[in-house]
Design a protein around this ligand. Structure first.
Ligand code: MG
Length: 239
């Protein structure tokens, strides 16, 4: 599984490197697809419940599950969330990052910083003896203290032989509640944060989820291993 997570991470890093203004989200997805296949993996998302691409690429007010498209051109000032998983040797990895293209506003930068920070606050709670609610509570507290909104309709998940497994990993909750964390569990923690509302809408393509008021939103994700000691971020292996 470490291998799958490493490939997932490398694909995401590579996507960030090739991402540039003028490129279509379809083109970016092709780069991601080819990278994973070239390294012996299979894109986890391709064909998942009929999903037609190898990554989810969500721009600006799009939160998650954006379908790569030839007509969607990335522009200077956009924020681009890329969510990608790789399957290799029987296991999946899963990770996401929201990139900036050129200059974005200070407010948007702050939204991205807070969302990424909330991911790490959640990861700090992913330890033996804690419960799922400790993770969600840490994420929610970080986000709400900054004045933003946790999306509750979509949540993190266990990950392993299947891309989505138990337990559910909400980005909200009460400390000390929920499934107890035990060494060996592997979970995807993925805060999804809106600027102005916890509401979201699903577009007519049946996939793309957007911020309820069409404002900015952000998404960061790591696959994390519960151990006897500190959590191990499996999709952060190159340093
Ligand atoms: Mg995920």
């Amino acid at each position: 599984m470490m291998k799958a997570c490493e490939l997932s991470q490398q694909a995401l890093v590579y996507a960030g490197e090739v991402l540039k203004a003028g490129m279509s989200t379809y083109e970016l997805d092709r780069h991601i697809h080819d990278f994973i296949v070239k390294h012996g993996g299979k894109p986890s998302f391709l064909g998942y419940h009929g999903f037609p691409a190898s990554s989810c690429i969500s721009v600006n007010e799009e939160l998650i599950h954006g379908i790569p498209s030839k007509s969607r051109k990335i522009q200077e000032g956009d924020i681009v969330s890329i969510d990608v998983g790789a399957f290799i040797d029987g296991f999946h990895g899963d990770n996401a990052y929201t990139f900036t293209v050129g200059e974005v506003s200070e407010e948007t930068k702050r939204l991205l910083q807070v969302t990424e920070q909330s991911l790490y606050k959640g990861i700090q709670q992913a330890r033996k003896g804690n419960r799922i609610g400790d993770i969600g509570n840490a994420v929610q507290t970080c986000v709400e203290e900054a004045g933003y909104f946790v999306v509750k309709r979509y949540i993190g998940h266990g990950v392993g032989r299947e891309m989505h497994e138990d337990p559910e990993v909400p980005n909200y909750g009460k400390a000390g509640r929920g499934v107890r964390l035990v060494p060996g569990m592997t979970i995807a923690i993925e805060p999804m944060v809106n600027q102005t509302t916890e509401q979201v809408r699903v577009l007519g393509d049946k996939w793309t989820v957007v911020e309820g008021n069409n404002k900015m939103c952000a998404h960061f994700e790591h696959t994390v291993l519960i151990t006897e000691g500190d959590p191990v971020i499996m999709t952060l292996t190159s340093h």
